[in-house]
Design a protein around this ligand. Structure first.
Ligand SMILES: Nc1ncnc2c1ncn2[C@@H]1O[C@H](COP(=O)(O)OP(=O)(O)OP(=O)(O)O)[C@@H](O)[C@H]1O
Length: 659
């Protein structure tokens, strides 16, 4: 397609010929012939901007070369030039806008998609929106330019409206699915949590609000809406039971995705990269063996006089070691305490080392760490000789492999349950996996009211400052609890929110029960819970589950006692577990026992160095113990019996004051 501007070129000084094509303008002078190409990145030539004067100026992109045109048919010239320019540029515009429209139609307007849209439109807007097209072209391009202008000038309100329209459409299209994906139709808040698919998303919700149900439904939605296939979805649970339950619930709903705990994820990654799954050291499973190992290591290290001196100094300065002899008495309680501390410190030290946060601690605790470091070196040597690893090695090594690209992650959607209990090192692994894909999605589900694993390194800040750690994100809440009635909800929420740092959530209960959901009953004898069980059995003939809960294992009935109780009351399914183990579980009735004032809240001996290695301690006293009690309180579907001993916990007194 050639358009030769005979009339124009004749008038131009020094230019012997000029022709215009879809590629650009070819200018010929006596000595040179040069093509000035139209460039898509460039602004349209001035002639297209409608600034037609008797002296038309055409700016080519590479230079400010000017062509002065006089005495010609300006309209015709402009029309032809526009036509040529458009024919070389219009495809990019229409294709980009079509692509954008299709993306916006198919996907939720996530933060990532919004950025892409804004980048695309601001690039195009630069050369399409500042000038007016000839009317004959305008007709064809009006809609495209309108879309471009609309997206380019989006304000927050427009974005919100656009998102809302998309959500409404998805809710309509998938109404039948959300009605039937679980045993009961999902609530509106649960449905919305499924159809909103942001790159980083946090679902914060209280106990019994159906978080797990949402995770299952979300996987199904991603699959049905063809936003992902099964191989691209990874679900992470805190414990093996929870991962198995998730897998089972997926299977029941005929969905498939990978469900793992962090440990099984680590094992899988290491197995893939190293060719065989790693072997875990016995020291990981057996605390007694670990303590013995540390004890033996210290004995052996003390053969070195200088080391022995440092150990004695440390014991005297920080462990109330009273003896003056030059030998260490390894049976002394202070030494036993030090051995226990070193055992706890191994994991925390390795976590801090992998996060690069050791430096300050090294200076602050030099006297202790100079004694500790040879122990951890021996520990590591022992694992190496055994050709085994521990849990920290597993997560650290897995993270390293992912970061180095030695493990290729197939997962584009990662859903993490119990997010409030995630540690920084585990979060690093998740981030590394997400980082392998340009568009990856994290759906974190958690409840800051149920964060109970700080002593293991869980960092609640990852949940409460989610956006700070993971970038722009959508935070949502669930507003209805199904497990228990309004009275238990009010009591438990009021109790946990005494700590002003807890995020306030507006939750309602599905039901208002006709009998009280919480019963505080005196605990006259050690196994008074048997009387409560008897009462439950008398009143309920159908299959009924009962959970006995205590702060410590030792306060729970033995296996034999439980078996006897289960035999005695055949219709009851009675189990017993600690408050910690009960997280994520539920039963028709719960019986909380062992609530004497010395057990609950448990007072941990403050250990300065362990504290320093753990995530920041909250200012509110007993914050984690309060949350743990909240977890225990919220396991009952019908009634929670709280056994109140003669010297009850302050937590019971607090609850009583609320009745
Ligand atoms: N939309 C719903 N309608 C009725 N019941 C529901 C709904 N969603 C969930 N449930 C029920 O609510 C109970 C709690 O659900 P789920 O275990 O998923 O909650 P959760 O938020 O994970 O609880 P927690 O954090 O305490 O472990 C279950 O018995 C579940 O079947």
């Amino acid at each position: 397609m050639q358009f030769t501007v005979h009339t124009l070129s004749r008038l131009m000084d020094g230019i012997s010929a000029m022709s215009i094509s879809t590629k650009g303008i070819v200018i010929e002078t006596k000595s040179v012939k040069k093509l000035y190409t139209w460039q898509i990145q460039s602004q349209p030539p001035a002639i297209l901007l409608g600034k037609i004067t008797p002296k038309i100026q055409v700016f080519t992109p590479e230079s400010s070369f000017k062509i002065r045109i006089q005495g010609c048919d300006l309209d015709a010239a402009q029309f032809e030039l526009q036509k040529l320019w458009l024919s070389s540029h219009v495809n990019k515009l229409t294709q980009s806008i079509a692509k954008l429209e299709s993306l916006l139609e198919k996907r939720y307007l996530s933060h990532g998609l919004l950025l892409t849209a804004q980048k695309m439109t601001s690039e195009l807007a630069g050369y399409w929106l500042n000038w007016s097209l000839d009317k004959r072209f305008e007709r064809h391009l009006a809609q495209t330019r309108f879309t471009l202008e609309e997206v380019h000038t989006w304000q927050q309100q427009d974005i919100d409206e656009f998102r809302e329209a998309y959500i409404k459409k998805q809710l309509r299209d998938y109404e039948g699915y959300f009605d039937s994906v679980a045993s009961k139709p999902l609530t509106m808040a649960q449905r919305r949590a499924c159809v909103v698919v942001d790159e980083r998303q946090l679902l914060l919700a209280g106990a019994g609000t159906g978080k797990t149900s949402v995770m299952i439904a979300k996987v199904g939605y991603l699959l049905n809406a063809k936003l992902a296939n099964s191989e691209q979805i990874l679900m992470l649970a805190y414990g093996k039971d929870a991962a198995d339950e998730m897998q089972q619930r997926l299977k029941n709903a005929y969905f498939s995705a990978t469900c793992r705990t962090f440990h099984s994820l680590g094992t899988y990654i290491l197995g893939k990269v190293e060719g065989k799954p790693p072997t875990l050291s016995q020291l990981c499973h057996n605390e007694k063996k670990k303590l013995q190992f540390i004890h033996d290591t210290l004995v052996s290290l003390c053969q070195d006089r200088a080391y022995k001196q440092r150990l004695l100094q440390l014991l005297r300065a920080h462990f109330e070691y009273k003896k003056n002899e030059s030998e260490v008495d390894f049976s002394a309680s202070s030494v036993v305490r030090l051995v226990k501390q070193f055992s706890d410190l191994i994991s925390l030290y390795k976590q801090a080392s992998s996060l690069g946060s050791l430096q300050n601690l090294e200076t602050e605790f030099e006297d202790l760490l100079s004694v500790f470091r040879p122990v951890i070196t021996e520990y590591q040597l022992y694992l190496n000789n055994e050709q085994t690893i521990d849990y920290d090695d597993m997560i650290n090594r897995a993270t390293k492999y992912v970061k180095e690209g030695r493990f290729k992650s197939p997962w584009v959607h990662i859903l993490v349950d119990e997010f409030q209990d995630i540690s920084l090192v585990r979060a690093e692994l998740v981030k590394a996996l997400l980082g392998q894909h340009t568009r990856s999605h994290l759906f974190a589900v958690g409840d800051d009211w149920q964060s109970i694993y700080r002593f293991n390194g869980a960092d609640l800040g990852l949940t409460t400052n989610f956006t700070h750690h993971f970038g722009s994100s959508t935070v949502m809440q669930l507003d209805k609890t199904f497990r228990y009635g309004q009275d238990l909800l009010d009591l438990a929420s009021h109790f946990v929110c005494q700590n002003p740092q807890q995020i306030v959530k507006q939750v309602r209960a599905q039901s208002v029960p006709d009998v009280p959901s919480v019963v505080i009953t005196p605990e006259m004898s050690a196994n008074a819970y048997t009387l409560v069980i008897k009462q439950i059995a008398m009143r309920h003939s159908g299959h009924t589950s009962v959970m006995i809960l205590a702060r410590y294992h030792k306060q729970l009935p033995s296996k034999e006692e439980l078996m006897l109780l289960n035999d005695q009351y055949a219709q009851l399914d009675i189990i017993a577990m600690t408050f910690h183990a009960a997280k994520g579980k539920e039963a028709d009735f719960t019986i909380l026992t062992g609530l004497d004032k010395s057990s609950v809240p448990a007072v941990r001996q403050k250990d300065q160095i362990i504290e320093a290695f753990l995530p920041m301690l909250e200012a509110y006293p007993n914050a984690e113990e309060r949350r743990l009690f909240y977890v225990a309180l919220t396991r009952a579907k019908r009634q929670a019996y709280i056994m109140s001993p003669s010297e009850p916990s302050v937590f019971i007194k607090e609850l009583e004051s609320q009745f």
